[in-house]
Design a protein around this ligand. Structure first.
Ligand SMILES: [Zn+2]
Ligand SMILES: [Zn+2]
Length: 195
């Protein structure tokens, strides 16, 4: 009830910064706030700073979220760029949080879209759970290897872009990393022998 506590405001500030910025950039902004708050010994001064910046980032997040528009009927009925299924989502190749509703989107059906994000999670975030799911899908015999290959290409376009921005380690865009994480050449051999 009443005023939120200093801790609650600080927690919200950190959360908002984490949503609006990436890894190192977010950490640097949080550090700057920590230093600024430490230099203000008066509790009401710290509250003023926190209130001001929480409002500022809330507004920024609101504006960003509003930029994410609903796809049009025509967009929804665009065939999947990987497998050809006749309805699709708009997948953002470049991060929406930073670039807003950029034009760089690709039409992917729900399945290929899911696969793309699982691949990303496996390759960039090292998620073992996602890697196992990707493997399961790849070897399911229900998914055209040509579609899997295209999904990987879209995924790599995102990773290369994020490497360029300095958000992701450069090695994650390399063939070696794809090989190590997804055992890609085994899969290609498997796909060729299955034809
Ligand atoms: Zn598809
Ligand atoms: Zn997406």
């Amino acid at each position: 009830m009443g005023e939120p506590s200093e801790q609650a405001l600080y927690d919200e500030l950190v959360l908002l910064i984490g949503e609006l910025y990436h890894g190192e950039e977010a950490a640097e902004i949080v550090e700057a706030f920590q230093a600024s708050l430490k230099s203000h010994t008066q509790a009401d001064e710290r509250m003023n700073i926190l209130t001001h910046w929480v409002d500022f980032y809330r507004l920024r997040k609101y504006r960003r979220d509003r930029q994410r528009r609903r796809p049009t009927y025509q967009e929804r009925t665009t065939a999947c760029a990987a497998c050809g299924y006749p309805a699709s989502h708009r997948h953002h190749v470049y991060d929406v949080a930073t670039h807003g509703e950029s034009e760089r989107t690709v039409a992917l059906c729900a399945n290929c879209h899911e696969l793309q994000h699982l691949m990303y999670n496996a390759l960039v975030n090292g998620s073992e759970y996602s890697r196992k799911l990707v493997n399961h899908i790849m070897y399911s015999e229900r998914v055209d290897p040509a579609a899997v290959e295209l999904v990987l290409e879209y995924c790599r376009a995102t990773i290369r872009y994020e490497v360029k921005q300095g958000w992701v380690a450069a090695e994650k865009a390399t063939d070696e990393w794809i090989e190590l994480t997804l055992r890609w050449s085994d899969y290609q051999r498997h796909a060729r022998s299955a034809v």
